[in-house]
Design a protein around this ligand. Structure first.
Ligand code: SAM
Length: 289
């Protein structure tokens, strides 16, 4: 059976009485080169293991199983388990786990199934949980690399640098934790049912520490969040809810210019290193008072 062939997909799913759920982000791949290329580029080999999120009817799982030592796939939809048991009957290095990626103890699952072997995470992520799922994978702090398919627009946001139109608080969050690259685009006609948007595959390689030292992580991310929460405002105005109480408007402007930035700069022009500098000075000045 070809797990990316539309006729085969329809026939298997029909036999099991399965219907796609839009609310679970169920858009299955129908282009065999996509799961092959994800499995080829994610980094897994026979000496390592793969954790997949959302196997669907198993096209990526099958490719991972052929390349990895062991594979564990976490699927939320119970109705897919009879399908997966049929489509992946030959994968003897695979364990299927029923669960929600956002509720699971991902590090615990990896330890239980893979011991101390290196693990690579892979997924064609459901659209409705892209950002929390990526955060959960990064927070688990156990993956050598995380290779995921996401909406193209989200992929651009993940990889954007300061000043790019797609630059956002999420770009900085990702850069803080990982090196990110877009591997390739996947057009919308590679899925059933066909989504309204194109996709792209991104690879995140977790860093051993942030790319520049950050003195106070909590303050850093609250400044980033405030700066992008009100991106039409100048940085000075956007930071007012976080720093206004202690520094006042004039103190915030002084802080910004003392960092070497224009008083009217917008947050979207600042790099991660710029926010780290801002955090350091803000920390010093707010703890002075
Ligand atoms: N991997 C398959 C493919 O590429 O054809 C299916 C990908 S489909 C975009 C997303 C899959 O994630 C679906 O099988 C869906 O049921 C599953 N899913 C949705 N929400 C989930 C969650 N919270 N935790 C785990 N799996 C989830």
């Amino acid at each position: 059976m070809d797990l990316c062939n539309i006729d085969d997909i329809r026939s298997v799913l029909g036999r099991h009485g399965f219907h796609f759920s839009k609310s679970l982000g169920q858009n299955f791949l129908t282009a065999a080169w996509v799961p092959e290329q994800i499995a080829d580029s994610c980094g897994v080999d026979k000496d390592s293991c793969a954790l997949e999120i959302g196997p669907g009817m198993g096209c990526l799982t099958q490719q991972l199983s052929r390349r990895a030592g062991r594979v564990c796939a976490i699927e939320l939809d119970r109705k897919l388990f009879p399908v997966l048991r049929e489509t992946l009957a030959d994968c003897d290095n695979l364990t299927l786990v029923q669960g929600d990626v956002l509720q699971c103890d991902l590090a615990g699952i990896c330890q239980e199934h893979f011991g101390d072997a290196p693990v690579y995470a892979c997924a064609n992520l459901p659209y409705y949980i892209t950002t929390p799922a990526i955060s959960a994978l990064l927070d688990a702090n156990v993956f050598r690399a995380i290779t995921v398919m996401v909406q193209k627009e989200v992929a651009e946001r993940i990889c954007a640098a300061a000043g790019d139109p797609a630059y956002s608080a999420f770009s900085i969050y990702i850069d803080y934790h990982a090196k990110a690259e877009i591997l390739f685009d996947v057009p919308r006609d590679c899925f059933i049912p066909q989504p309204k948007v194109d996709s792209a595959v991104v690879k995140l390689t977790p860093r051993s520490g942030p790319p520049v030292p950050v003195c106070n992580e909590r303050l850093f991310f609250s400044l980033v969040k405030a700066a992008f929460g009100q991106r039409r405002k100048t940085l000075a105005n956007a930071l007012s809810p976080v720093l206004g109480g202690t520094l006042g408007k004039a103190g915030i402007v002084q802080l910004i210019t003392d960092c070497g930035f224009d008083a009217r700069v917008r947050g979207e022009k600042l790099s991660l290193a710029d926010f780290a500098k801002l955090t350091e000075l803000a920390q010093a000045r707010t703890s002075e008072g």
